[in-house]
Design a binder for this molecule. Sequence first.
Ligand SMILES: [Zn+2]
Length: 202
Amino acid sequence: MSPRIEPEAGPPGRHAAGLFGPAATRRDGNGHALHAPVLVLNASYEPINVCAARRALVLVLKGIAMTEEENGHFLHAARIAMRVPSVIRLLEYRRIPHQSRALSRKNILLRDRNTCQYCATVLSSGELTLDHVIPRSRGGSSTWENLVACCHSCNRRKGNQFPGEAGMKLMREPRAFNLHTSRHIMRLMGRSDDKWRKYLFY
Ligand SMILES: [Zn+2]
């Protein structure tokens, strides 16, 4: 059975965020290789994203990106055998909207590395809650800068108080999800792939 290589999303948007649609979910003979993570570099070699191999192959076939590193697998389709990339690079420089990540519980926990920002305990996502640093009841908003990962025990202790009033201190100032944070996550994902190292660790 030959996989059809087609983009999941429509044509690429004006900036790079539009290039990365949701990863394919269809299973086929090449399924595993097609889901392998691929590091995406801007034309300037700056790492900007991670996508599924399937998406990376579409970008290469459409002439939007070129393969910089291969992962050693082949994709066998009807008339072609293609090397599956491990790293691709966009041929044209794209402006990256640095703070385009959606504000969500998942992304807050990612940013805070599943660590309670008051007592530094690392917990599973299910054991963490979100704390409004300035309590909602006192005018605190639901923003990147006012939400942090928090364990239930710290959350109870803090209640409707400011951290200072409860004798608590934040490990670090909460910030929007920026390129630095994304790069940290790309590093975690690429830890097992030697071919990513020279682009991520410098
Ligand atoms: Zn805690």
